[in-house]
Structures are given as structure tokens and as C-alpha cells.
Write a protein that binds this ligand. Structure first.
Ligand SMILES: [Zn+2]
Length: 234
């Protein structure tokens, strides 16, 4: 097997640049995709708006009902205490009616508090969402053209680097390339390690003498017994 340490180093250097550029492109795309959230927020803002209107309407209805009942109670009280009703049976009927109206008024007044709170909560939720949505839309409007431009540039840089990678890889013997690709994946982008004074500079383990002399001879590919990386002499 022909040793191709320098070729592999070149390949690794291209691969590292390619990985960095792909990561940059992924991040840009993530930022662009995150804007898909705006229509979702818009829809939620519309729902909150409807909810706030409904709660406000409900509160207004309850207030009108309570006002009407209050008037009714007052009117009935006037009839009871005003002396206009002299017939006892009629008086009893009016008192009965007044008692019913009072009970209804109490119930109506009890439901006013929760309805008022619900209306306030709905209004607050609507306001908050409107502010959030406004901020997102503004940020997006400001950053969208730049992000799209950056993503297009990164995309074409990736293409160029992929071509460069393919060119570098074709000079490396197939068996070594397979090993290199596996290591690149397993060792997170660093498949090659230099050796200095018999020590693997990636994991700092001293090579056995036999391995060190094989590496010096340079007639075979030597890997580190500890970290598994392809070794090349300094
Ligand atoms: Zn090592």
C-alpha cells in the first residue's frame, strides 16, 4: 500500500472547510425556516383578537342585563313601598316578583367579576401577541434579504468545495479513502494525526517502537493504536 499521508492531509483540510461551510449554510437555512412561524403567529393573533372581542361582548351583555335587573328591582320596590298597591294579594305578587328579580340581579352581579377578568386577560393576551408579531415581522423584514443572499453564497461555496473534495479524493487509494471517511465521521472531522518524537499528537500516546519505525519507513499506512487515526510523520 502506497502511503498517501500528504494527500489525506489535503483532503482533510478540504473536508474541514466543507464541514464548516455546510454548517454555516444549515444555520442560515434554519434562520430562514424559522420565519415560517410568522403565519402561525398571525393566525394566533387573529384568534386572540376574536377571543378578546367575544369576551368584551359577553361582559357588555352581562352589564346590560345587570343594569336592567337593577332598574326592575328599584321599580318593584317603589311599587311595594310607594303605597300605590293596596290590594294584599297584588302586593304579595309584587313582593314575590321583586324577590325573584333580586335573586337574578345577585346572580348577574356574581358573574360580572369573572367576566371582567376574562375580558382583561383576553385583551392582554391579544396585546402581547400583537407586539411579538410586530417585532418578528420587523426583524424578518430587516434580515431576510441579507440572509437569503448569504445562504445563496454559502450554497455555491459548498458546491465549489464539494468539487474540490471529489478532486482531492480521487488521488487517494480506495482502501485508504474508506478508512479515512470512517475516521472522519468517528473522530468528528479529524482523521489524521501527526507524530512527533514517537507520540501521536492527537491523543498523546507514545507509539510502540515497531509502529514508530514502520511509520518512518513510510511504506505502509500506520494507524494509532489508541485513537485509531491515520498517522503521518512530522
Ligand atoms: Zn492517537
Amino acid at each position: 500500500m502506497q502511503v498517501s499521508g500528504e494527500l489525506l492531509l489535503t483532503l482533510q483540510e478540504v473536508d474541514q472547510r466543507l464541514a464548516a461551510k455546510r454548517q454555516e449554510l444549515d444555520q442560515l437555512n434554519e434562520q430562514i425556516e424559522a420565519q415560517a412561524e410568522i403565519p402561525v403567529l398571525t393566525e394566533r393573533a387573529e384568534q386572540e383578537q376574536e377571543n378578546a372581542i367575544e369576551r368584551r361582548g359577553n361582559l357588555a351583555r352581562l352589564e346590560t342585563d345587570a343594569d336592567a335587573l337593577r332598574e326592575r328591582v328599584e321599580e318593584l320596590e317603589e311599587r311595594i313601598y310607594g303605597g300605590g298597591v293596596t290590594n294584599l294579594r297584588e302586593l304579595a305578587a309584587v313582593e314575590e316578583e321583586q324577590a325573584i328579580a333580586r335573586r337574578e340581579l345577585m346572580q348577574a352581579e356574581e358573574s360580572l367579576g369573572p367576566a371582567r377578568l376574562a375580558a382583561e386577560d383576553a385583551e392582554r393576551a391579544r396585546e402581547e401577541l400583537t407586539v411579538t408579531l410586530g417585532e418578528r415581522e420587523k426583524t424578518w423584514a430587516e434580515s431576510a434579504p441579507k440572509l437569503r443572499r448569504q445562504a445563496r453564497t454559502a450554497q455555491s461555496n459548498v458546491k465549489v468545495l464539494e468539487a474540490e473534495r471529489a478532486e482531492s479524493a480521487q488521488n487517494v487509494p480506495a482502501g485508504e479513502l474508506v478508512l479515512y471517511d470512517q475516521l472522519l465521521f468517528r473522530r468528528r472531522g479529524v482523521a489524521i494525526a501527526r507524530v512527533e518524537r514517537g507520540v501521536c499528537l492527537a491523543c498523546h500516546i507514545t507509539l510502540p517502537l515497531k509502529e514508530a519505525s514502520r511509520l518512518r519507513r513510510g511504506d505502509a499506512l500506520v494507524t494509532c493504536g489508541n485513537c485509531g487515526r491515520i498517522l503521518i510523520p512530522s
